[in-house]
Design a protein around this ligand. Structure first.
Ligand code: FES
Length: 119
């Protein structure tokens, strides 16, 4: 298997009605986050090697904005546009993880707890 991209970034830009309790990533800055990734990819001459795609809902809406990076399978939650320089430098350039934003078991438990409270 030969992946087309060295890094493939998915940025949720899903949008829901404002009164939807799940929230969405568009109101958490999903579009600006994607544009920032695109800008950095171009600035670093990585077009064709790294791609930043808008995605639909990644099912972690309450913890938006959500960003996933493959093939590393890193999930970032509660991402803000001011985090993108650090994520890019760490995960795209240096193959690392920004621990303070990366999802772990606690993250998914928190998400489940939020959803359980609502049901
Ligand atoms: S709306 Fe972004 S993860 Fe669901």
């Amino acid at each position: 298997m030969t992946p087309k991209y060295k890094k493939h970034i998915f940025i949720c830009t899903n949008e829901r009605l404002l009164d939807n309790p799940k929230g969405d990533c568009i109101r958490c800055g999903g579009m600006d986050i994607r544009m920032k990734f695109v800008k950095l990819i171009n600035q670093h001459g990585l077009k064709g090697k790294v791609r930043a795609n808008k995605s639909g809902c990644l099912d972690a809406c309450e913890l938006g904005a959500v960003v996933v990076i493959y093939p590393d399978n890193i999930w970032y939650t509660r991402v803000e546009v001011q985090d993108i320089d650090e994520i890019f430098e760490t995960s795209i350039i240096n193959n690392g993880v920004v621990d303070r934003l990366s999802a772990d078991e606690k993250t998914w438990k928190e998400l489940q707890d939020i959803r359980d409270l609502r049901s």
